[in-house]
Design a protein around this ligand. Structure first.
Ligand SMILES: Cc1cc2nc3c(=O)[nH]c(=O)nc-3n(C[C@H](O)[C@H](O)[C@H](O)COP(=O)(O)OP(=O)(O)OC[C@H]3O[C@@H](n4cnc5c(N)ncnc54)[C@H](O)[C@@H]3O)c2cc1C
Length: 475
């Protein structure tokens, strides 16, 4: 019997599980996919929002500001890339300026530090590539960027290092009340028993809640498509640049990533299919068109990949974090600014569990630190040479675009949570994330996974399930 079963291994599930391992508790994480961080946590804008967007008094406002203050420390502990680059919300008209004034007021009410409104010339001094038509901007110096999939991987990994158990391909299909707590069942027939259950199932959180009788909320996915540009375009701007928002969200943004690419997007489209991650020509055209108006010299032809993420939009307008029945906690409708809020949400959920009567004694062995997965690339040349002398696999470059070595891939495979497919290796090492998008290195990575995991070459997948890459040998 587990003390707590956490359903879903995105950033909220991972950070909640990690927080709970700081107590003497038996934790399991139940994840539907073949790896952690496969949902919204891997396909988003990667912004640590300052906190001027959310309506004062909401959970979104509270956890955005608290999470933004916590994020730098959490990323340092977990070895996740973080950069405080500041953000700008740009305006083109008097009407935009009025909206920016409202955002400034809202931000101050929410407790965001350092906000101010700058005029067109001042904004262009901060970001010289911005269009001459920009007349004003809200400047938020506390805005930052992070690597979201590293956060998801390292949060779950640190929870596992501290004793949590991860069960992959465990798609929860039922949560039933038992005399001691709950029995959580998967589609494939597996079951686990737990005293408490935390539902962090992203766009599926409403369906998971409904299986134990809570049908008080709905989640509707809102698609967001992106274009990721080559590092040659990465220097176009240093801040995150948002357009003045509308009712559909924060609009299309232009931002550098922590790895030096330029990210453009997202679009915003409400849909019914909880799995529709398609990227459309129309979506990409809308992004390119809007970006050209904001920053005319951005070369959208330098796109190296495009992707889509699904925001888990609830029907209450706020995050839904509640305990509809004793011991069953929903952490649902965690749409933007959910990434930013995730460390603060984890603290709050621990309080809910404490108030629900769960015995929570401090775990004296808890270690919050997780060595960065990218430790090797941060070394200087002479230190790299020392590592290569000890272990020649660090001298063999597998991904030429991103300069990722065999040693780094083997290191990732040796760490919690171990990747077992191509996308898992990509999220941990950046191999396949460069210009050629894996065209050159993926066969080598398949071979490494096959050798290390002891599975046939043909059985290695792109992202679990039936996503096979090879159908058989030709010679
Ligand atoms: C386009 C877009 C842009 C965004 N930009 C930002 C941003 O810049 N800054 C910001 O702060 N936030 C942003 N967000 C929001 C942020 O990405 C999310 O709030 C955050 O990732 C939510 O994390 P999560 O763990 O709750 O959900 P997810 O990451 O979706 O994780 C849910 C997990 O549950 C699993 N699951 C689902 N059903 C089941 C089941 N039945 N059984 C077991 N497991 C299950 C899924 O496989 C998944 O791994 C953005 C979101 C999107 C989509």
């Amino acid at each position: 019997m587990y003390d707590v079963a956490v359903i879903g291994a995105g950033v909220t599930g991972g950070l909640i599980a990690r927080k709970l391992t700081s107590y003497k508790l038996n934790i399991c994480i139940l994840e539907a996919e073949n790896d952690v961080g496969c949902g919204a946590s891997s396909a988003n804008s990667a912004i640590v929002h300052a906190g001027f967007d959310a309506k004062p008094g909401t959970l979104k406002a509270r956890f955005n500001v608290e999470g933004s203050r916590m994020m730098e420390r959490v990323c340092a502990e977990l070895g996740v890339k973080y950069k405080r680059n500041g953000s700008l919300v740009i305006g083109f008209s008097e009407e935009d300026r009025k909206t920016l004034g409202e955002l400034l007021e809202r931000g101050r009410k929410n407790g965001v530090e350092g906000l101010y409104i700058a005029g067109g010339d001042e904004v262009r001094a901060l970001e010289p590539e911005l269009s001459g038509d920009v007349t004003c901007a809200l400047v938020a110096p506390t805005g930052a960027i992070i690597c979201p999939y590293e956060l998801a991987v390292s949060a779950a990994g640190n929870a596992m290092d501290n004793g949590a158990e991860l069960m992959l391909n465990f798609r929860v299909s039922s949560v039933t009340v038992t005399p001691d707590g709950f029995s959580v069942g998967a589609e494939d027939g597996r079951r686990v028993a737990a005293r408490r259950v935390i539902n962090c199932a992203g766009v599926y959180a409403d369906r998971v809640a409904a299986t134990c009788g809570d049908d008080s909320f709905r989640i509707r996915p809102r698609r967001g498509e992106y274009m990721l540009l080559d590092k040659s375009a990465g220097g176009m701007c240093s801040h995150t640049v948002f357009r003045t928002p509308t009712a559909m969200g924060k609009g299309i943004l232009i931002t550098p990533t922590v790895d030096g690419n330029l990210l453009l997007g997202p679009t915003s489209e409400d849909i019914d299919d909880k799995d529709d991650l398609s990227v459309t020509r129309g979506g990409l055209e809308r992004i390119a068109e809007q970006v050209k108006r904001e920053m005319p010299r951005v070369d959208t032809g330098a796109v190296i990949t495009s992707f889509c993420g699904l925001r888990a939009v609830g029907n209450t307008g706020d995050f839904i974090i509640n305990e509809p029945l004793r011991g069953f906690v929903n952490v649902a409708a965690i749409e933007s600014p959910g990434l930013t809020s995730s460390p603060a949400i984890a603290e709050y959920v621990a309080e809910i569990l404490e108030n629900s009567g769960l015995k929570m004694e401090n775990n004296g062995k808890y270690d919050p630190e997780h060595r960065p997965l990218h430790w090797f690339r941060e070394l200087g040349d002479s230190e790299k040479n020392e590592v290569i002398a000890r272990d020649p696999s660090y001298g063999r470059v597998v991904c030429r675009c991103e300069g990722v070595t065999e040693g780094e891939i083997l290191y990732a495979i040796s760490q919690n949570p171990r990747p077992s497919d191509l996308d898992g290796v990509k999220r941990r090492t950046r191999a396949q994330m460069g210009r050629c998008q894996g065209g050159f290195c993926s066969p080598y990575i398949v071979k490494i996974l096959s050798d290390r995991l002891g599975i046939p070459f043909e059985a290695v997948t792109k992202s679990g399930g039936g996503s096979y890459i090879n159908v058989g040998r030709t010679k």
